[in-house]
Write a protein that binds this ligand. Structure first.
Ligand SMILES: CC(C)(COP(=O)(O)OP(=O)(O)OC[C@H]1O[C@@H](n2cnc3c(N)ncnc32)[C@H](O)[C@@H]1OP(=O)(O)O)[C@@H](O)C(=O)NCCC(=O)NCCS
Length: 426
């Protein structure tokens, strides 16, 4: 058991029964953010990061208790900060969870069920406490806790997931199995240089002129999310039937997509010095950032929703190589019929290429060196191959490895994670 007198704390062993999972005080959250700014602050200064983290508890998906902060501490230590100067109990490890909707289909069930899944983020141990198994202990407590946390109608959560930045084994040993971590990168600079891509850009611009490309904004996002969810449910049923495996997807719903867009807006409004998060990019000299694009007529549409990610210190223009445009979600409306086509239909190929060209142009305009798409489906892989766009395939071994703990009876190795794309990440 840990003990404390005045401000002197004796650290317990990571196996001590007195260690508990608890929620940090505001002062403890601030202390933790001040330390992990180096890991997750991106292009923000510490002061800006200390504003972003509380802001992230006020936006769609995470507001109203959608996000929970967790710490590992000793039950004998007081969190009381009333004695003045704030609590000084050690925070032995910390993380957050975000409640999300998941959709689940079983092989012999025509219905897709709605459930709760938790995303886990910002797993962190203060530098002075590392290597003592405190993160391991916190995770060992957290896994079973999340099974029951904020579950609807007494039903257990379906799963929890995290995106490991420390390779594939650490979390797997604790029950979060690693899933595919393939992505494809499209250099945004090549759009201007390669003749082939230039021709495609013209084709894209032509489609724009013909009025076939519609930008995605906050105003038209919600019905697209609803349509996407409907299509995804069909895909889950198909996948479960064909693979004879339980199939799961995080719902690409309006709140989930807006969480990414609001987060992007907050960061970009600081980096580009615009007035407020939701007015982001509306400064007079720069046309507003386009959140995504739709091409093709209803029923045969292709669309993508994306967000910006800025790394490095200083101005975005000085860190183009570190900055990325992430495709959060890519939808092929007639995907069911395209899955059985060996060659993509010409209209779908054109629509896909036109959408990607808008993404590349936006990336280039906003100092993002690449467009990045996670785990494209076989249909999308075929479209990429035939798009003529320059690209590079990358199997990530270290960063953002999607990892899942399954709370149902099945072995997690037998679970099909459908639409394992960037929108799931947190
Ligand atoms: C990763 C981290 C949370 C581990 O905390 P900890 O309390 O020291 O962890 P534990 O004592 O339980 O385990 C230490 C293990 O983590 C491994 N580890 C730590 N950093 C690692 C890294 N960057 N890559 C791979 N493994 C790493 C150690 O090698 C050790 O492995 P072992 O279990 O095989 O011996 C901590 O180092 C940290 O906060 N790092 C910075 C933030 C970060 O990267 N968080 C993870 C985000 S997914």
């Amino acid at each position: 058991m840990g003990s404390a007198s005045q401000d002197t704390y004796v650290l317990p062993d990571a196996t001590s029964p007195s260690l508990v999972l608890a929620h940090p005080t505001d002062a403890e959250k601030r202390r933790t953010w001040s330390l992990n700014h180096r890991e997750w602050g991106g292009a923000l200064t510490l002061e800006e990061y200390l504003k972003r983290e509380p802001y992230l508890t006020t936006i769609p998906l995470t507001r109203d208790g959608g996000m929970t902060h967790w710490i590992l501490t000793d039950s004998s230590w007081s969190a009381d900060s009333s004695s003045g100067g704030g609590s000084t109990r050690p925070v032995l490890a910390s993380c957050e969870s975000i409640r999300k909707r998941v959709l689940v289909a079983a092989p012999d069930d025509a219905e897709v069920h709605d459930g709760v899944g938790h995303g886990i983020g910002s797993v962190f141990t203060y530098p002075e406490f590392r290597g003592r198994r405190f993160a391991a202990r916190m995770l060992n407590e957290l896994g079973p806790t999340l099974r029951k946390w904020q579950a609807h109608g007494g039903r257990d959560a379906v799963c929890s997931a995290l995106w490991s930045d420390i390779g594939k084994t650490y979390y797997a040993k604790k029950g979060w199995a690693a899933f595919p971590s393939l992505h494809v990168e499209f250099p945004s600079t090549s759009a201007k240089q390669s003749g082939e891509a230039e021709a495609e850009a013209e084709a894209g611009a032509g489609s724009e002129k013909r009025g076939e490309i519609t930008p995605i904004t906050y105003d038209n996002l919600e019905p697209l999310c609803q349509r996407d969810e409907q299509l995804l449910k069909d895909k889950l049923t198909r996948t479960a039937r064909e693979t004879r495996r339980t199939s799961v997807a995080f719902a690409p719903d309006h709140d989930t997509l807006r969480w990414h867009l609001y987060r992007d807006d907050f960061i970009s409004s600081i980096l580009f010095k615009t007035t407020s998060p939701q007015e982001t990019n509306s400064n007079s000299s720069v046309a507003p950032f386009i959140r995504g694009a739709i091409a093709g007529p209803e029923g045969r549409r292709v669309w993508a929703v994306w967000s910006r990610n800025y790394g490095g210190n200083g101005a975005p223009a000085d860190n183009v190589d570190k900055n990325k445009l992430y495709i959060l979600r890519l939808v092929i409306e007639p995907e069911a019929s395209e899955e059985t086509n060996e060659s993509p239909a010409e209209d779908i190929r054109e629509a896909f290429t036109a959408v990607m060209q808008v993404a590349l142009k936006e990336a280039s305009r906003w100092h993002l060196g690449q467009v990045n798409l996670w785990n494209p489906s076989p249909t999308v892989k075929r479209l990429i191959d035939r798009s003529g766009l320059r690209h590079r395939w990358v199997e990530r071994d270290e960063d953002s490895i999607p990892s899942m703990m399954w709370y149902g009876d099945e072995n997690v190795r037998n679970i099909e994670w459908v639409a394992n794309e960037k929108y799931c990440w947190c």
